[in-house]
Design a protein around this ligand. Sequence first.
Ligand code: SAM
Ligand code: SF4
Length: 307
Amino acid sequence: CNLRCIYCMPEEGVQHVERSLILQEEEILRICRVMAELGIRKIKLTGGEPLVRPRMPQLVEKLKNMPGIEKVTLTTNGVFLKDQMSDFARARLDGLNISLDTLDASVYRQLTRRDEIEAVRRGLRTAIQKGRMQIKINCVPVLGIEEQKLLEVAELAKNHNVHVRFIEMMPIGMGTQFAFVKEDALKHALEEAFGTFTPCGDVAGNGPCHYFAVPGFQGRIGFISAVSHKFCSECNRIRLTSEGFLKTCLQYDNGVELKTILRGGGTDEDLRRAIGQALAEKPKGHSFEKKTEFTDREHRGMSQIGG
Ligand code: SAM
Ligand code: SF4
């Protein structure tokens, strides 16, 4: 990733992965094709930072043309977005999540350890102007950083047709070192400022976000609250890491190495069998609330497993 968000990556000592160990485009496409044959309909490209990888619009276009795939969306920090926005629109990307935790330049620098807020703002502006797709802002509130000014972030949904989603900090990787802001407390503060929130189900999403309509707002305000509003019973999400490991739950390292099958000459049937078995063993849910250590708990950081 080209940022170093304090709750996601360490400042120093990031271990880089050799390029040969990263899935190539054809390998990603093959796994997605097998997944689509098994019934997967929606794909989100995330990371790490997806836009540091070359040819992302081309990958989106190929996924969009894949039989069975109905929706392709992307989550980005937005730094490299501006110059690629037209290509993503042309590739018919269905939705774009842009992470922006604050509008304040110095707090942004403190949170991401990089000076890129202007690039992100340009990316967001271009996306709003040229996007032709639903744009959502991801914001992770960090307890104790009042200067993050969450009301200002929320107001993006007032002034533009974008949805703003507040994500509770999850105790994964560097996230274990920070306290999370509870949805109920934040919602209360937002309602005091903007008026009563009305639950609404009119936002098509792939995931666990619940949305509210706010008086006078063009977009919706949403909350993804894995800690205070656990949603594991409805989770049908699986993740493919850039190194070809299929993860079935964010918190545990359960899953299967698909790259070994791909590169060991495995057939599509081998892939299907491995995927099916991993899915059958998908954990019932996370245990973020428990303080005890589990031996099978995910040891990698969020940027390595696709938050
Ligand atoms: N680099 C891209 C970005 O920042 O949007 C995509 C990957 S990033 C891991 C995806 C999302 O996960 C971002 O919105 C980020 O803020 C969020 N995130 C990272 N670590 C988190 C944590 N410990 N708890 C909750 N959300 C986290
Ligand atoms: Fe920040 Fe996303 Fe990079 Fe993590 S992967 S450091 S959340 S920009």
